[in-house]
Design a binder for this molecule. Structure first.
Ligand code: ZN
Length: 108
């Protein structure tokens, strides 16, 4: 699954880097949970520059910041990890929505 569009909803820290979570809102301005996905490339956790990805000889990947020099070796590539970051974002949105609904109920 590869998605485009939507607005940036917020940052998510996952695998020691920052992912831009994007998605759509309904007419009331609430985030549509199932529309959330993580955009690529991920960003540097220190200076928020978009990271570059290089394939290593032994099958892993190196993520590198061209500005501050941050580096990280990761087993999977951006595409794979973005899929997982999206799952986490959708779970978090689901949990936040449940909490919101519970608080709403408590107010009555
Ligand atoms: Zn950086």
């Amino acid at each position: 699954m590869f998605r485009f569009g939507g607005e940036t909803i917020g940052p998510l820290s996952y695998k020691e880097v920052i992912w831009r979570i994007k998605g759509d809102r309904d007419h009331k301005g609430f985030v549509i949970q199932r529309s959330l996905y993580a955009d690529t490339p991920a960003m540097c956790p220190k200076c928020r520059t978009e990271l570059e990805e290089y394939k290593k000889i032994l099958g892993s990947y190196k993520w590198k910041c061209i500005d501050c020099g941050f580096e990280k070796i990761n087993k999977n590539n951006f595409y794979f990890e973005a899929g997982r970051a999206g799952k986490i974002a959708r779970r978090d949105a689901e949990n936040a929505w449940k909490l919101f609904k519970m608080q709403e109920r408590d107010n009555y």
